[in-house]
Design a protein around this ligand. Structure first.
Ligand code: HEM
Length: 474
């Protein structure tokens, strides 16, 4: 949809790219934003549109924090927030290094075989395993063997969103509903069992206490449930609680791995095209973690605070998130919500509309970004007197305001761990031309002149999974 609305927004220069479109009967009237000025107003609107509930259904299977409104949203967000504090993130670094070590082994085999492969699904499995631990304390093995739970979840999404190939009418065919139900039952059974198992551990005193900062999403949810039972903790979890808890675990597992995966894939893509940035980033890793890549993981485990000392790597990731933002901002306007024109003071009522902040358009809006289409990590390091310095509110891959991304610090750290461990060992070369030749894909399959365009609807990923070749760094 970004690819449709992006070009349209260019026709509304006078209104600072603000426009609205009547999408009846598919969606409510939708207000499209790609200027920082209006985005900063929209970020204060708290509610999500009902349409998000349907669109997230293959991921969540029911109402979740992501799509909830009112006290349901507020209470769940407050409940889960402690899981994203710095102490918890520090603990996650150890687990992330373990998983990235496995990813290194997998990439080494691919490098030896000199294989053409899709990078994004390989990184995805690593990120799913990391997310499994932070969401429900499980060491998933999806990097090394078939895993029914993760396969069902990803298949559910593949069938629902159908890449960029089929229309929204095809998505509504009954067979997709059946596939969805089947996969959902695998996912729900798996998570239901995990909930029961962990509940038993808490109830029988196998786990007696954990500070909030060390609790996974699952533990936060369960301890809150136990606290609310007062003196009489039931033998088994009640069905209504499980029905509420499973969608929360599903959504947190999904957001915990999906967008971070796409961002890492794009980081390798952009660095392969910008060798001087890659060299600078690698030099920073040598300075901070030492010159022996195989010792780097140990260094990270012992001194996790070192991740606060790699500003160039942080700037690289920010620039990747600017050019290829995998998400967007979604809000629902209510009575009393307005967007105000800064020049005329006119107040546009947005009650009953869906509001969509188009990150991929805003992040490249030439009115607000100098050399908008160029990869320049330095723009996040220069002082505010430099023309490259980002305009306030123009960089918003995690959104801002009360509904911003609660996982942003966690995912930035996980991505830094991955880069610091992988980038020094491997050269990654995108291989779209070869892929297209082998698969009979037209060289014209471009969006905005870009073959690795963002594709998919719920958490965008690089087109065709980013075909690559990987080699050991010379
Ligand atoms: C590069 C990775 C990520 C990106 C780009 C990203 C982006 C976003 C964006 C744009 C939103 C807000 C949407 C809106 O305002 O309408 C959001 C919300 C959210 N994100 Fe992330 N996210 C990422 C990773 C994560 C991770 C790792 C987690 C958790 C483990 C997470 C958890 C959430 C949650 C729970 C919300 C909903 C918050 C609410 O509705 O109150 N995200 N994310």
């Amino acid at each position: 949809m970004n690819d449709v609305f992006g070009p349209i927004s260019k026709d509304f220069d006078d209104s600072d790219s603000l426009f609205c479109i009547d999408l009846w009967p598919f969606l409510n009237t939708t207000v499209l934003i790609s200027s920082p000025f209006y985005a900063q107003q929209a970020e204060l609107i708290v509610d999500r549109p009902d349409a998000l509930l349907w669109s997230m259904h293959p991921v969540t299977g029911g109402p979740s924090l992501f799509a909830a409104n009112g006290t349901q949203w507020k209470d769940t967000r407050n409940l889960l927030l402690p899981g994203f504090k710095s102490n918890y993130i520090k603990d996650q670094i150890i687990y992330a290094t373990n998983e990235v070590e496995k990813l290194i082994e997998i990439l080494a085999i691919t490098a030896e075989k000199k294989e053409l492969f899709q990078l994004d699904p390989v990184i995805l499995k690593c990120m799913m395993n990391i997310s499994g631990l932070s969401t429900f304390n499980k060491k998933l093995l999806s990097q090394t063997r078939f895993d029914a739970f993760t396969t069902a979840l990803r298949r559910n999404m593949d069938w629902h969103y159908l890449g960029d190939a089929l229309s929204s009418v095809a998505r509504r065919t009954p067979i997709i509903g059946v596939i969805n139900k089947y996969n959902s039952s695998i996912i729900n059974d798996y998570l239901g069992d995990i909930l029961d198992e962990r509940y038993k551990e808490w109830r029988t005193g196998k786990v007696t206490s954990l500070p909030d900062s060390q609790k996974s999403t699952l533990d936060l949810i369960l301890t809150d449930y136990i606290a609310k039972q007062k003196d009489k903790t039931p033998e088994v979890l009640d069905a209504a609680f499980k029905k509420w808890a499973i969608p929360q675990l599903r959504v947190m597992f999904f957001v915990g791995h999906d967008s971070g995966t796409a961002t890492l894939s794009y980081t390798f893509y952009l660095l392969s095209k910008n060798p001087s940035a890659l060299a600078k980033m690698r030099a920073e890793h040598v300075d901070v973690f030492g010159d022996n890549p195989s010792r780097a993981a140990e260094e990270m485990r012992i001194q996790p605070h070192l991740f606060n000392k790699i500003p160039y790597t942080t700037a690289v990731l920010k620039e990747v998130l600017r050019l290829f933002p995998p998400a967007s901002g979604f809000r629902a306007g209510n009575a009393g919500d307005y967007l105000v024109d800064k020049n005329t003071g006119v107040r546009y009522p947005v009650a009953g509309t869906n509001i969509w902040i188009l990150h991929s358009v805003l992040h490249k809006n030439p009115r607000y970004w100098k050399d908008a289409s160029k990869f320049i990590p330095e723009r996040f390091l220069v002082g505010n007197d430099d023309p490259l310095y980002p305009v306030k509110g123009a960089w918003r891959p995690f959104e801002h305001g009360p509904r911003d991304c609660i996982g942003q610090a966690l995912v930035m750290t996980t991505m830094k761990v991955s880069l610091a461990m992988l980038a020094r060992s491997f050269d990654v070369m995108p291989a779209y031309e070869e892929w297209d030749r082998l698969h009979g894909i037209s060289p014209q399959k471009l969006y905005d002149g870009e073959r690795a365009y963002l594709s998919g609807q719920s958490g965008a990923h690089p087109a065709d999974g980013m075909p690559c070749r990987v080699s050991f760094r010379k």
